[in-house]
Design a protein around this ligand. Structure first.
Ligand code: ZN
Ligand code: ZN
Ligand code: ZN
Ligand code: ZN
Ligand code: ZN
Ligand code: ZN
Length: 259
């Protein structure tokens, strides 16, 4: 079989080229921590893509190292449930694990993964097989690369590129292209390009859910509500810190029920 080259190509991640908040390219800062994500750092850098940005100041940008708030606190979001958990490997409180397969870098609660946690993390992460045809094909033919942390080399340095801008795609060898896995930006579902329903490509009144960028494919599976004028799914996915539950009405003063 000649299919294994495709896997080799995919050593870098689209996260090196597009912002984790808005999924667009531009003037990005790359986190030096475990998450390996890139972000629009300052308000002006996010204007074109209506990005909330990290809201950093120019002085913060000049620091030699940048850690996002998640990597700073060692609390990362589970890619299944979106909740934060400790990823501190030193502490005995570690509740979040990270997939290191081919620069995947996604975090999970072991209990949120569908498989036996004894196989963590490499074989449990659902991003490495097609959600659509795995039922038909019980064995995934993912090859056994032991690509541990390559983050540092592949990470484009600060102020990387504008390559992430969404455009119509380049064409590659048709066969492997169709069999490449397309990864949802919002949840751990991956699909062969050929296994994606036609309507995801837009046209004929359908909402487009997939874009090719120079940095890779940006895709949102059918589970996520799209914001059409942003060409992305709703941007409520990132949680840097625990927030007080809204609507809990904690400071509502107890009414004095005197009679
Ligand atoms: Zn952004
Ligand atoms: Zn980070
Ligand atoms: Zn979870
Ligand atoms: Zn993975
Ligand atoms: Zn498939
Ligand atoms: Zn999804």
């Amino acid at each position: 079989m000649a299919g294994t080259k495709a896997a080799m190509e995919k050593d870098y991640s689209v996260d090196d080229y597009i912002c984790a908040i808005c999924d667009e390219g531009g003037d990005l800062i790359c986190c030096d921590g475990d998450c390996g994500r890139s972000f629009h750092p300052t308000k002006p850098t996010g204007e074109a893509s209506h990005c909330d940005t990290l809201g950093l100041s120019e002085e913060q940008l000049e620091l030699p190292e940048f850690l996002c708030e998640n990597c700073e606190s060692k609390k990362h979001q589970c890619f299944v449930c979106g909740e934060l958990g400790s990823s501190d490997q030193g502490g005995d409180e570690q509740v979040i694990i990270q997939c290191n397969k081919r620069g995947c870098k996604r975090f999970y609660h072991p209990y949120c993964l569908p498989l036996d946690i004894n196989k963590i993390p490499e074989d449990a992460c659902p991003m490495h097989e097609c959600y659509s045809c795995k039922k038909k094909n019980a064995t995934s033919e993912d090859n056994k690369m032991t690509g541990k942390t390559k983050g540092k080399e592949t990470c484009r340095k600060k102020h990387a590129t504008s390559e992430g801008n969404k455009t119509r795609g380049q064409s590659k060898g048709r066969g492997t292209w169709e069999m490449n896995l397309v990864l949802c930006r919002r949840c751990p579902k991956a699909f062969h390009r050929k296994c994606l329903p036609r309507e995801m490509f837009g046209g004929e009144g359908n909402i487009q859910r997939i874009w090719e960028t120079a940095g890779g494919t940006v895709f949102y599976c059918g589970d996520h509500e799209m914001v059409e004028n942003l060409r992305s799914a709703k941007r409520n996915h990132i949680k840097f810190r625990e927030e007080k539950p809204k609507g809990a009405a904690e400071n509502q003063s107890v009414e004095d029920g005197n009679k």
